[in-house]
Design a protein around this ligand. Structure first.
Ligand SMILES: [Zn+2]
Length: 426
């Protein structure tokens, strides 16, 4: 790839790595993306409510958003920009070549994880001086690399637009972690004219130099927050007058992990967090839980969701407390479009640095790109997803790394060559 684009891509990834931001709080990141796109000459850069359906926003924590705005302003993001985006992160750049042709969307996710980066001096960001400067936060899933690849594609696209036809939409999606952001982007309608959509993720089971084509295996998933509210009482004098939120939550946790598995395919349930109670001798008033379910099909996932609803309602009744179930994340399974995967395979075969192409079809994690793909397919379009490998030590770990100078150029090549296939002016 072009040396100027390569150098800028690596520098951008390392800069983003220093300032990681969690889902819906990517203010510095969105400012960097929008500013760069405008400098590159993009005149149609959409932000805020233009790309986010606020009715469909999942898992956005207002206190976290507020604190992150303060931090972003301290770090140089203009207050006028925060107003311009209506406090809603993410960005879509649209390039219309003026020539008839398909609408192709490429998706790049931009958020980080609540992980404290390792201080091991051998960890590349420590060795090269670009480790996270936000305590407790880290790009431990490589979305800094995804964003930097997207901006490199943006520069290439501007330079090569005269050889292309149709329209290209570069989608910088907020809040992929917890599968929260895609629903709001999809239901904004910004993808409704899209003919082709492609997304990617680094790592997974795919090692450095390898490319994976995702046929199936992405699990449908729903993330829930559960809250119980009980009645306090003195645990010595009046235990019979209290209603314990803690006991309702504990019973809920055990019953969720005990849901009968579905006979039609793989499923997962996890109770990841439970915080309850106020003090030793007070009947607990508040309990808060974070749980998730996943299924090999949307139907299996729905079955698990229904069981969770029953359990929460039933335990609220049994323990005489208030129970509240809130959906804070949603993803579905991947729709396989063989023609798109064939195109991606032939592209990967042309790239000298690619050592192996893996056909991926076993149950893995979840990914809310599936929601965008579903929206596009429902309106007659097609799409697909690939992985570009790296030797990462495990996602969401303090020592996650992606060998940026070696892995990211492969992702860049696949995206740009894909545009040359789908939107060639010749
Ligand atoms: Zn990720």
């Amino acid at each position: 790839m072009d040396k100027t684009i390569f150098d800028e891509m690596i520098a951008t990834r390392r800069h983003l790595h220093r300032f990681p931001e969690e889902g819906w709080t990517e203010f510095q990141t969105t400012y960097l993306i929008a500013t760069r796109l405008r400098e590159l000459g993009y005149t149609d850069v959409r932000l805020g409510r233009q790309i986010i359906d606020t009715e469909a926003v999942l898992g956005r924590n207002p206190e976290q958003v507020k604190a992150s705005i303060d931090r972003a302003i301290k770090n140089g993001v203009p207050e006028t920009f925060i107003q311009e985006i209506d406090e809603l992160t993410g960005c879509v750049a649209i390039l219309n070549t003026g020539r008839t042709g398909p609408v192709t969307a490429l998706r790049f996710d931009i958020d980080c994880n609540p992980v404290q980066e390792t201080d091991d001096p051998d960890h590349a960001p420590n060795r090269e001086g670009f480790c996270s400067e936000h305590p407790g936060l880290m790009h431990a899933c490589g979305h800094d690399g995804h964003t930097a690849v997207g901006l490199a594609v943006a520069r290439w696209l501007m330079q090569n637009k005269d050889s292309l036809c149709g329209t290209v939409k570069l989608v910088f999606q907020p809040a992929e972690e917890g599968v929260r952001g895609a629903v709001a982007i999809a239901s904004s309608g910004i993808l409704d004219d899209v003919d082709n959509i492609v997304g990617s993720h680094c790592g997974g089971k795919v090692k450095l130099g390898e490319v994976g084509l995702i046929h199936k295996g992405i699990l449908a998933s729903t993330k829930f927050d559960i809250r119980f509210k009980g009645t306090p009482s003195h645990a010595g004098n009046n235990p019979h007058k209290g209603h314990s939120a803690l006991l309702a939550a504990s019973a809920t946790a055990l019953m969720i992990v005990g849901i009968a598995r579905h006979g039609d395919g793989a499923s997962r349930v996890a109770v990841g967090k439970l915080v309850a109670g106020e003090g030793r001798n007070v009947t607990p008033v508040n309990a808060y839980m974070q749980i998730e379910v996943r299924g090999e099909t949307a139907e299996i996932n729905d079955y698990l969701c229904q069981k969770v609803e029953h359990i929460v309602r039933g335990n609220a009744e049994a323990y005489e407390v208030e129970g509240k179930l809130e959906c804070v994340g949603q993803a579905t399974t991947i729709i396989e479009c063989p023609a798109v995967l064939d195109t991606l395979r032939s592209i990967a075969q042309e790239i000298p640095e690619v050592t192996r192409i893996a056909e991926l079809d076993t149950p893995a994690g979840s990914e809310d790109f599936t929601i965008m793909l579903k929206r596009v397919v429902e309106r007659g379009g097609q799409g697909g997803m690939f992985r570009w490998g790296c030797n990462h030590h495990g996602h969401h770990r303090a020592d996650f790394e992606l060998q940026d100078t070696l892995s990211m150029p492969i992702a860049f090549e696949i995206f740009t060559r894909y545009l040359q296939k789908t939107n060639s002016a010749d």
